[in-house]
Design a protein around this ligand. Structure first.
Ligand code: HEC
Ligand code: HEC
Ligand code: HEC
Length: 434
């Protein structure tokens, strides 16, 4: 969510508010329904809708910390002010209980609410516009079947003119490409299903694609990497910075479990995505993995074949660790040997055994953001299986200088790439921001 850029776009576009634009911007209200008129829910549609809601991360954005699911009110902070997600439970007064199916589908596809007001693109309708009729109807059936919660989101705190929703029409005119998913007949059915989910409900590009100055995704650049809440959403596919080529099986594993031994763990905003995907129909995750793996197969891609790791292929295998060079006597090297090596160069298994750092995208990527976030915050224990990774945060133990030294050392030793520009700034930002 590059809300800052999105808001900048609004500011720019807001200045084009001529009479013609006003006409274009007009959307009519869709009459309210009587919730009782809906009748008994279609159980099969509700089940399908529940799966689709997980694929679309609806709960992640529409649930405030500690509050009831889907009741909205999650604050999305921006430098200009705060946008709050809305209540999408079927409460007739504060939620979408009086929304018809048509109103719901218009919101998903066109970013317009029942009363005809334009919605901020923090709601990823630029992706949801690809959702099929059948899936949109199943989502509606699911949301109308959940328990209504009475709760109003706080009003957005945005300064003029960003608070004028009409200005969003200009942004949409420039950047919203509405229309259903188009099947590529030269590709197989699973590939098409995977692309449909990745581009549509999965809205993977919302984080993994770069954006232009007006906050819209540069779709032609593919998944060339983007920023998400202070984290780097790495490039996927051909320009992936991963030291090891992402194979289909590894992608499916990582997306469903949040971890793969050759690629490490999903953290930051990706942790919520994989948490949701761990509960969807496994065939959906396999289809997404099938499609994504095909993007890395083109010529000129990065990443070694997994076979290059040798027969063991496992991160903690003793044979590989024996080749570890001695620790150079630079400050970062000493810190690494004292604090990190015990977990990252040992036969420990999860939850405490870390992957080999020469396999970590956090160290080979062009930006140090994720490495720095990981060192400062660690990996919090999440509920559930005891095989989920845990790493302590070192934000209280290491000062900014030590974190920079450590990061430089890791970059040099494990990636063998030029030092990051702006490392000190990244450390300061990671400390300050959250
Ligand atoms: C990345 C965050 C995010 C995700 C993911 C997300 N939403 Fe939203 N959604 C929002 C925000 C923010 C708004 C409010 C936008 C505004 O006020 O203009 C919103 C608004 C809406 C609205 C309009 C409600 C109203 O009262 O105006 C509907 C309907 C909706 N979302 C449904 C969904 C569904 C269904 C999903 C999952 C398929 C979903 N959203 C996923 C952030 C998100
Ligand atoms: C809310 C933002 C967000 C969304 C939406 C999102 N991602 Fe991510 N993704 C990230 C971030 C941030 C990382 C880096 C995580 C880390 O370092 O642990 C990441 C990492 C990944 C990686 C690992 C890449 C590597 O080389 O290590 C894959 C694969 C991935 N995402 C796939 C997906 C897919 C597929 C989707 C859509 C279903 C998706 N992501 C949606 C933010 C997001
Ligand atoms: C108590 C054990 C432990 C210690 C100490 C530890 N880590 Fe970790 N670390 C882990 C585990 C477990 C993971 C998750 C599995 C994985 O991805 O490697 C992890 C993950 C990571 C990752 C992400 C790898 C990826 O791309 O997914 C990085 C980078 C990292 N650690 C760096 C460090 C650094 C630098 C230090 C020292 C300051 C350190 N760790 C200390 C256990 C530890």
């Amino acid at each position: 969510m590059k809300i800052r850029l999105i808001l900048l776009a609004l500011l720019a576009v807001g200045t084009v508010g001529s009479a013609g634009a006003l006409l274009y911007a007009w959307e009519s209200a869709i009459p309210p329904i009587d919730p009782k008129s809906l009748g008994a829910p279609d159980r099969a549609a509700v089940r399908r809708g529940a799966n689709l809601a997980l694929l679309g991360d609806c709960a992640t954005c529409h649930t405030a910390p500690g509050a009831r699911p889907y009741a909205g009110g999650l604050a999305m902070p921006t430098p200009f002010g705060t946008i709050y997600s809305t209540n999408i439970t079927p409460d007739p007064e504060t939620g979408i209980g009086r929304w018809s199916e048509r109103a719901f589908i218009r919101a998903l596809r066109s970013g317009v609410d029942r009363e005809g007001r334009h919605l901020y693109p923090a709601f990823p309708y630029d992706h949801f516009t690809r959702v099929s009729d059948e899936d949109a109807k199943a989502l509606y059936a699911f949301f109308m079947s959940i328990e209504p919660v009475r709760s109003s989101a706080p009003a957005n705190e945005l300064p003029f003119p960003l608070n004028i929703r009409l200005t969003l029409a200009g942004w949409k005119l420039l950047f919203l490409r509405q229309g259903p998913f188009v099947v590529d007949p030269s590709k197989d059915e699973i590939w098409n299903k995977g692309k449909y989910l990745v581009d549509g409900l999965g809205h993977c590009g919302a984080c993994h694609s770069p954006r232009n100055l007006l906050g819209a995704e540069k779709t032609s650049a593919g998944f060339a990497g983007g920023d998400a809440e202070g984290w780097r959403a790495y490039a996927l596919g051909r320009s992936s910075p991963s030291p090891i080529l992402w194979e289909e099986g590894a992608l499916a594993d990582y997306l469903a479990r949040g971890f793969h031994p050759l690629h490490g763990t999903a953290q930051g905003p990706m942790a919520n995505v994989v948490e949701n995907l761990s509960r969807v129909d496994p065939a959906d995750v396999r289809a997404m993995a099938h499609y994504l793996a095909s993007l890395g197969k083109r010529e000129g891609r990065n990443g070694a074949e997994p076979e290059a790791l040798g027969p063991g292929r496992l991160p903690q295998s003793a044979g590989i660790q024996a080749a570890t060079p001695p620790v150079p006597s630079v400050p970062g090297g000493t810190i690494y040997a004292t604090v990190c090596a015990s977990c990252h160069e040992s036969d420990r298994s999860l939850p405490l055994g870390g992957a080999r750092l020469d396999l970590s995208t956090a160290i080979t990527d062009d930006t140090p953001a994720n490495l720095v976030n990981l060192v400062i915050k660690g990996i919090p224990a999440r509920g559930g299986a005891s095989t989920r990774p845990i790493m302590p945060g070192f934000g209280d133990v290491l000062d900014d200088r030590q974190i920079s030294d450590l990061a430089s050392y890791l970059r040099n030793r494990f990636a063998g790439k030029p030092q990051w520009a702006g490392l000190n700034k990244a450390v300061a930002e990671a400390r300050g921001g959250r």
